[in-house]
Design a protein around this ligand. Sequence first.
Ligand SMILES: [Zn+2]
Length: 272
Amino acid sequence: MPELPEVETIKRDLEKAINNKNIVEVCVFKPKIIKEPDIAKFKRILTGARFLKVARRGKLLILKIQARNKQVLFLTIHLRMSGQLVFGAKSPSSRLCFKLSDKKYLSYNDQRLLGEVRLVHDWRKLKLICAMGPEPLDKTFTREKFQKRIAERTGKVKAVLLDQKFIAGLGNIYAAEVLFHSRINPMRQINTLDNSEIGGLFRNIKKILNNAIICRGTSFSDYRDGKGNRGDFFKKLSVYGRAGQACRRCKNEIERIKLGGRGTYFCGRCQR
Ligand SMILES: [Zn+2]
């Protein structure tokens, strides 16, 4: 599933590709992915509209548009498991497709059809957004704030990191990597972390997400960037997807367990 670095990479690619371009035609092949408004209204508003800006909040892409009647709206896209948003030539597997004024296409592909597309007047009012925790790479997200949020929580540290209400944008891959670099066992109760562990966790969240953005994200299965290419960070993964292989730090075998229904990778020797 695309996490913060993947969605940020798509955002940056699309910004360059679609800003100030008009939508000439809207083709909906799988109405199921459009959650609001109805398909007729969706097409009516977007045909002839212009893309003004691309933004991201957590794992949500937010495309600011101006309709023909000058009204400003937001096209929000949650890629979920297998969604892809690709700019360029027409894609044969697209579920939703925008033909643009430069004769190129913005295609939404989604093999499993779990993604969610909405056209709304105010993205800040979406339920998902109202409940969302802070942006980890935002300057206003400080160690003090992080520590305070941890003090309010109970449960296993990995489950808390995955909770979008605690912090936005982390998913199964980066939570595993952050915990490895912080030498914290994913099963630890979050209220047992000491000050130096919390400090390490805080620094590693920022560091690993930033590094992954530089590598244009991780392609494990379905993720593609805004140009349809794979991300490079998978070469740098320390634990995720490496069950049975040697730990890059201590050579112990990386383990895989199920935690809250999710495959969880860690080194039982390095991570305590
Ligand atoms: Zn190790």
